[in-house]
Design a protein around this ligand. Structure first.
Ligand code: RIB
Length: 305
């Protein structure tokens, strides 16, 4: 049986500019080509969960524009319940500009728009949905206050909450108390704890610091090296599968969404769920774009027989 996953998060239309190398400050360069695709950390996570078989619902907001329709249609195509995606009459649908160089490295600039205009009231309208979930995921491309309301409700009803603190910013008071598992990447982890992530010792120190901050379950994703995990009963490192990356956009989101489709509510199968998540994101990085690059369960099985 797969999980019922609810994602509270962002919806962005991504414009990717394909370039040879990143511009220097003040430099103008020409892009070789341009592509558009559906994206946003929330949308990518939801699609990754749905493509891995989770019954997935979305709580979010778009603008009253063609990009908003495009994003809602993109979620529906993957069978995601969009009943709780609102339409904001003032702010436009979120968007992102992604610079992708020939080495597969990217830089991303995000316009939050309707994502950042979300209000805590939406959670009152989503109560029944949240209560019925196994897993609730959120990130920082929508306001933390909204996530806090949602996580508080989730915890009252035994729903496991996963926080992806991306892009990293100061965590509001109380949010970690209602978070079961935090999943930063190495840079986000270092920003939040003040401790650089390089070797296992530094990862253990990050775990100790997060514990002091009030959260005992941690996964740090470390790009093409793998993922570190720490719970009160277990700790370890799951190496990444070695592949040649074309575009790392949405790799971390795929990881979290795929993970959420597999993880038990008490996190007892964390290592197996992490191996599955690594397989999923190893496929994402070999493809271009955000949503279009996310694999299905069948594709993951076929790649890793
Ligand atoms: O994590 C990748 C995502 O970050 C992109 O799809 C972009 O929209 C930004 O939100």
């Amino acid at each position: 049986m797969t999980n019922k996953v609810v994602v509270l998060g962002s919806l962005n239309v991504d414009t990717t500019l394909h370039i040879d190398q990143m511009p220097k400050p003040g430099e103008t360069i020409s892009a070789k080509s341009k592509t558009n695709s559906a994206g946003g950390k929330g949308a990518n996570q939801a699609v990754a969960a749905a493509r891995s078989g989770a019954q997935t619902s979305f709580i979010g907001q778009v603008g009253d524009d063609s990009n908003g329709i495009f994003m809602i249609d993109a979620l529906k195509l993957d069978g995601i319940n969009t009943d709780h995606v609102g339409i904001n009459q003032v702010d436009g649908t979120g968007s992102a500009v992604i610079l992708l160089d020939s080495q597969g490295q990217n830089s991303i600039m995000v316009y939050g728009g309707a994502n950042q205009a979300m209000k805590t009231e939406v959670i009152a309208d989503s109560q029944a949905l949240i209560k019925s979930a196994d897993i609730l995921i959120s990130e920082f491309e929508t306001p933390q206050e909204v996530t806090y309301e949602a996580f508080k409700l989730a915890k009252q009803h035994g729903v496991t909450t996963i926080l992806n603190p991306a892009p990293a910013s100061k965590i509001i008071y109380g949010l970690l108390e209602v978070t079961d598992l935090i999943v930063p990447n190495e840079t986000e982890s270092a920003t939040l704890t003040g401790i650089e992530v390089n070797d296992t010792d530094s990862m253990d120190q990050n775990a100790a610091k997060f514990s002091e901050m009030g959260i005992d379950n941690l996964i740090i994703t470390v790009g093409d090296r793998g993922a570190y995990y720490h719970t009160p009963s277990d700790s370890g490192f799951v190496p990444a599968f070695k592949v040649k990356a074309k575009d790392t956009t949405a790799a971390g989101d795929t990881f979290i969404g795929a993970f959420s489709s597999q993880i038990d509510k008490d996190l007892s199968n964390i290592e197996a769920a992490l191996v599955y998540a690594q397989k999923a994101s190893s496929i994402t990085v070999q493809r271009l774009g955000a949503l279009p690059s996310i694999p299905t369960a069948e594709e993951i099985k076929a790649e890793y027989k």
